[in-house]
Ligand binder design. Structure first.
Ligand code: AMP
Length: 253
């Protein structure tokens, strides 16, 4: 069974991003980029399924600019077998949106026929949480989102999902789409020998048009703004003053 793992290149989670002065988006000049953390979990899960003999091949795919090759090399170093870059225009005004990514992935599902597609539950840059669900709809595949445990047995996957107030276990027939939650696993560290090996693994580059996909954006971002600044705190001398302030100033009790 093949596993397709879409990996997105995003701003590293340690970076504090700044909004551009014209409020059109984030200023990404010179900012450190990394693999979306939920996608690292997805690659790790696919590698574990391969180590357990469930999967035979892991294909990492990234949609975006040429530099996404670095993200794909990381996926190959974790243990993916080959990679596909679906290259989009390197134009700062072009935005690749979840529906376009889902259409690209649908075309790759048709071509590669994977038994499982494991995506992150969301990309930490624009927090959409849409691509996996849209892919499942477009490809007419069952989906199990927010997975914290995945077991594959005889053409089916048993997936434990993190839901409000607990865990839900569902069974889906393969092929299926799974999206990862934080507690699914702890990704391994990438070792230097594996980074070297990854350089020799195959990485194919295609364009969305080669897959017959139109990536024209459907949504227009009107404005991006910083969260409101927090005011300075005050020290209160005792509980009575604290309760009084919460009641009469903050009006929260
Ligand atoms: P989102 O719906 O944007 O929050 O993204 C959810 C998941 O879809 C991510 O964790 C990735 O697995 C996948 N994904 C989104 N955008 C891309 C992209 N440009 N290239 C590859 N995978 C992506």
């Amino acid at each position: 069974m093949k596993i397709l793992v879409p990996v997105k290149r995003v701003v590293d989670y340690n970076v504090k991003v700044r909004v551009k002065s014209d409020a059109s988006g984030m200023d990404l000049a010179g900012v450190k980029m990394s693999m979306n953390p939920f996608d690292e979990i997805a690659v790790e899960e696919a590698v574990r399924l391969k180590e357990r003999g469930v999967a035979t091949e892991i294909i990492a795919v990234s949609c975006g600019v040429m530099q996404c090759q670095e993200t794909l090399r990381t996926a190959l170093a974790i243990g993916a077998d080959r990679a596909i870059l679906v290259e989009t225009p390197n134009d700062p005004s072009f935005e690749l949106q979840p529906l376009a990514v889902a259409k690209i992935l649908k075309a790759l599902v048709d071509k590669e026929q994977p038994g499982l597609v494991i995506l992150g539950k969301q990309a930490i840059d624009d927090d959409n949480n849409q691509t996996g669900q849209m892919l499942a709809a477009l490809a007419d595949l069952p989906q199990a989102t927010f997975a914290s445990k995945v077991e594959v047995l005889e053409g089916k996957a048993k997936v434990t999902r993190e839901v409000d107030g607990g865990l839900e276990t569902v069974e889906v027939t393969l092929p299926a789409v799974v999206t990862t939650d934080l507690r699914l696993n702890e990704p391994r560290y990438v070792t230097l020998p594996n980074i070297m090996k990854a350089k020799k693994k195959p990485l194919e580059t295609v364009k969305p048009a080669d897959l017959g996909v139109d990536v024209t954006p459907r949504i227009k971002t009107l404005k991006v703004s910083e969260p409101p600044k927090r005011g300075a705190g005050v020290k209160v001398p005792d509980i009575v003053t604290l309760v009084d302030k919460l009641k009469n100033e903050a009006k929260v009790i």
